[in-house]
Ligand binder design. Sequence first.
Ligand SMILES: Nc1ncnc2c1ncn2[C@@H]1O[C@H](COP(=O)(O)OP(=O)(O)OP(=O)(O)O)[C@@H](O)[C@H]1O
Ligand SMILES: [Mg+2]
Length: 257
Amino acid sequence: MGTVIAFANQKGGVGKTTTAVNLGASIAESGPSVLLIDFDAQGNLSSSVGADRSAPGIYKVLSGEVAAVDAIQETPQPRMSIITGGADLTGASVELVNEERREYFLRDALKPVVDKFDFIFIDSPPSLGLLTLNAMVAANRVIVPLQCEYFALEGLTQLLQNIKRVQTSLNPDLELFGILFTMYDSRTRLANDVVQEVIGYFGKRVFRTIIPRNVRLSEAPSHGIPVNLYDPACVGARSYKKLSEEVLSRVKDQTAR
Ligand SMILES: Nc1ncnc2c1ncn2[C@@H]1O[C@H](COP(=O)(O)OP(=O)(O)OP(=O)(O)O)[C@@H](O)[C@H]1O
Ligand SMILES: [Mg+2]
């Protein structure tokens, strides 16, 4: 089985989607294959790669109408594909509630494709609801993007408790892969304080790469391409490249163990 990473944080706008698309593109650029799953009704990840959102997406796969392989679309980044998400997912969380094995729908749906890709990235919505739970059950690692601000820490304890609960009851293979600082502004003292505090507490669980605030990262999605194709030299693209190297070397170390 490949490396299946869920991007999770119930706080909105912390960089989950931006990280999924740009880390994915940087990894694909260096060789491995990546499948993105847009597991958010907002469909931001799908738009970020200019995908056709009228074609069948992950909801149709969950409901069994379409096979996962038939929902895969190419993206502008070679070796990176996507299964789109969109508004129909809002219904999914309601419909699933009464199902037995409701936490396992995504895992089961992806089974036929997990071995076809080196990496599968699941972007989750800003909540700890059933969709995020499904993402954590389908994944073997979680990346938690964290904005460098005081309130960022408030939800973190709850999120980590949730990850633990999933580990003990639903998916023993799940690991906290790392906490990633995003939208960092070195000029603010608070950002530095937050980074130091989190590193002090979580140590090696924090990625050494920190993603700075960079306007190119917020512009790229409106062009439907990842930042490495939009402006490869910008600091945002370079940061995600560095993060991809860190992720690849961690995965290598962990498989060697
Ligand atoms: N490093 C960055 N520098 C500048 N802008 C950024 C950066 N990272 C993300 N953004 C912008 O911040 C906004 C929120 O980012 P993003 O959509 O990735 O967060 P999210 O956690 O996926 O949000 P949601 O919880 O709504 O799904 C977007 O407009 C995005 O373009
Ligand atoms: Mg998002």
